[in-house]
Design a protein around this ligand. Structure first.
Ligand code: LMR
Length: 393
């Protein structure tokens, strides 16, 4: 049997982690995988997470199974965090999943169950695991224009022109905030126009929300998702707690499926059934910590404060890098870095430049020139700017 297996193509982001680990050079800089790092290079356990873990250790009496869809308290707390009351609760079905990728996977499984012929529209570019999972499931897929390579902003006219071809029932994947890999995001007026278009087309939006709180703040980052949820009758939202709670390895995510109150019970039953088929019960530890933090006023306030520190530190690094590049190159060519939001910016460098940065400067970024802003610190910002300028010469 195993003789029939073919070698699988490596995921570009995960392959980079290994290359970085294998590089013996002492001053190497990792701007690859989307993991927050503080100025010392540590991905810290957030204070509120530590406090909740301590409480849980003292109070947890049993580790028996949760519900098949996860705990209703987790669903309610996350639905509130994401939707902020913009949608009546009787529209919301929810299922806990292993991380945001698990939520994407379960969303695609639900689509495949309900409407296997639906085309799934992806922004070009998007996170590489999106097309990879869709191809694996054998679902029809198309792309829509998203990124303007000239300005390194959103090609909104191209996006609208391409999505004009969406048919009723097609699924349109959008990044709710902090677009991965580009860091370029629609403005509020563009989001409203996009939500109107999706509603008018009868599309089912699939919102990937992996960075809530990393862009402008928790509510501002959820604004587009809330708008879409209020305007479109059927919406899927795949959310991750990996980044904004810093619990990457706990695999904590949720899929929200919004329909009509009459559809809710069947959608909820289908989500629980899909969990049973794929892995039975979802992981609980991270979901429980998130619930405790969101339900406790003090823990929640401390979590929000730390998340805000993280967001501000990334914004500071963006501004510093844009300024340093302006100083060194004497041009505003990289001014977009300060306008982008979230962990990532696509710098618009060529593959040859990305390779030179890795080979000659031990600076690691994804091949499409996506950098993780949080991989920088005050000392490495000038090093990166110098190295980029050298490859431009
Ligand atoms: C990233 O894009 O770097 C993160 O979302 C991590 C991952 O799984 O790719």
């Amino acid at each position: 049997m195993f003789d029939h297996l073919k070698p699988q193509a490596q995921d570009s982001i995960l392959a980079l982690i290994q290359m970085f680990r294998d590089d013996p050079r002492p001053g190497k800089i990792d701007l690859g995988v989307g993991v927050y790092k503080d100025a010392s290079g540590l991905t810290p356990v957030m204070r509120a997470v530590k406090a909740a873990e301590r409480q849980l250790w003292e109070t947890e009496r049993s580790k028996t199974y949760t519900g098949l869809a996860g705990e209703p308290a987790f669903h309610a707390a996350m639905a509130d965090l994401i939707l902020g009351g913009s949608v009546p609760v009787d529209r919301i079905a929810a299922v806990a999943t292993p991380g945001g990728t698990g939520a994407i996977r379960q969303a695609l499984e639900l689509i495949s169950l309900a409407s296997p012929g639906a085309t799934i529209w992806l922004p070009d570019p998007t996170w590489p695991n999106h097309p990879s999972i869709i191809a694996y499931l054998g679902l029809p897929m198309r792309t829509y224009r998203y990124f303007d390579a000239e300005t390194c902003g959103v090609d909104f006219d191209g996006l609208i022109a391409d999505l004009a071809q969406v048919r009723p029932g097609d699924v349109v994947l959008v990044h709710g905030c902090c677009h991965n890999p580009t860091g370029a995001n629609p403005n509020p007026v563009e989001w409203a126009a996009l939500a109107d278009l999706l509603a008018a087309k009868g599309a089912v939006p699939l919102v990937d929300l992996a960075y809530q709180g990393f862009g402008e703040g928790l509510d501002a980052d959820a604004a587009a998702t809330r708008l879409i949820a209020a305007r479109c009758p059927e919406v899927l939202i795949a959310a991750s707690c990996s980044k904004n709670f810093g619990i990457y390895r706990e695999r904590t995510g949720i899929l929200l499926a919004l329909g009509s109150p009459a559809q809710r019970a069947t959608v909820q039953g289908s989500l629980a059934w899909l969990n049973r088929q794929n892995y039975s019960f979802p992981p609980d530890h991270g979901a429980r910590l998130v619930t405790m933090i969101l339900q406790d006023a003090d823990l929640r306030a401390d979590w929000q404060a730390e998340l805000d520190e993280i967001r501000r530190s990334m914004l500071g690094l963006r501004t510093a890098l844009a300024q340093e590049l302006r100083r060194i190159t004497g041009s505003d060519r990289f001014g977009f870095i300060a306008q982008h939001r979230g962990m990532f910016s696509r710098l618009g460098l060529t593959p040859a430049q990305v390779e030179t940065l890795r080979r000659d400067h031990a600076i690691y970024m994804v091949g499409d020139s996506r950098i993780n802003i949080a991989g920088l610190n005050a000392a490495t910002v000038p090093l990166l700017a110098q190295a980029i300028a050298a490859t431009e010469a």
